[in-house]
Design a protein. Structure first.
Length: 195
């Protein structure tokens, strides 16, 4: 019993000491603080980019599924659906990335290709002379919702990338001091056209 009590007291003492330890504060003006803040900003940019790309990937998958669903509809032109499927599959390869989006023409070309494809798909999926099936209607609504959210994703990405770019500009000296990958960081392109 004494042994158990001694062990309990020792454990309680160790717990008290470990709980009372506070981490050493980082000097907010130091290069280390700049590194921590920059990593947070970069993670935010990456998270917003990933969310935007994931939404677009889902839109492409739903479009593919919708085109498959349309092949089961009576009176559909299977050749046209195959061509639309081919165009949809090519979109993913034509999409810009975080660096190539610096060429605004590339974003415009991707958007135009996707918009023209979706206009044709919507016309086939939602004909004026008959009610679409439930799966067709549901997939079309999901695609339209994702398409409508695109601007919000781009705005949110631009906000995070602008904060990252501004931080790079303000803390150039500290980043040079850190060296390595931090001294080589460049501002990220934005969706918003710069003057």
């Amino acid at each position: 019993m004494k042994r158990l009590t001694s062990l309990f007291l020792a454990l309680a003492t160790l717990t008290t000491f470990s709980c009372n330890r506070t981490p050493k504060a980082i000097d907010p003006a130091s290069a280390q603080a700049v590194k921590v803040q920059l990593d947070i900003l970069k993670d935010t940019v990456e998270a917003r980019w990933t969310a935007m790309q994931s939404s677009d990937d889902n839109k492409l998958r739903n479009t593919r599924q919708l085109l498959r669903e349309l092949t089961t509809q009576p009176g559909t032109d299977r050749t046209q659906l195959a061509q639309l499927q081919y165009a949809n599959d090519r979109l993913a390869r034509r999409r810009y990335d975080q660096q190539t989006m610096a060429e605004s023409a590339r974003i415009d070309a991707y958007d135009a290709a996707q918009d023209s494809l979706l206009r044709v798909v919507y016309a086939l999926a939602l004909p004026t002379d008959r009610e679409p099936t439930t799966p067709v209607k549901s997939l079309t609504e999901q695609i339209q919702t994702a398409d409508a959210e695109l601007v919000n994703y781009r705005v949110r990405y631009d906000q995070a990338a602008s904060r990252f770019n501004n931080y790079l500009q303000v803390h150039t000296a500290e980043l040079e001091q850190l060296g390595g990958k931090y001294s080589k960081l460049k501002p990220l392109p934005l969706f918003t056209l710069q003057n």
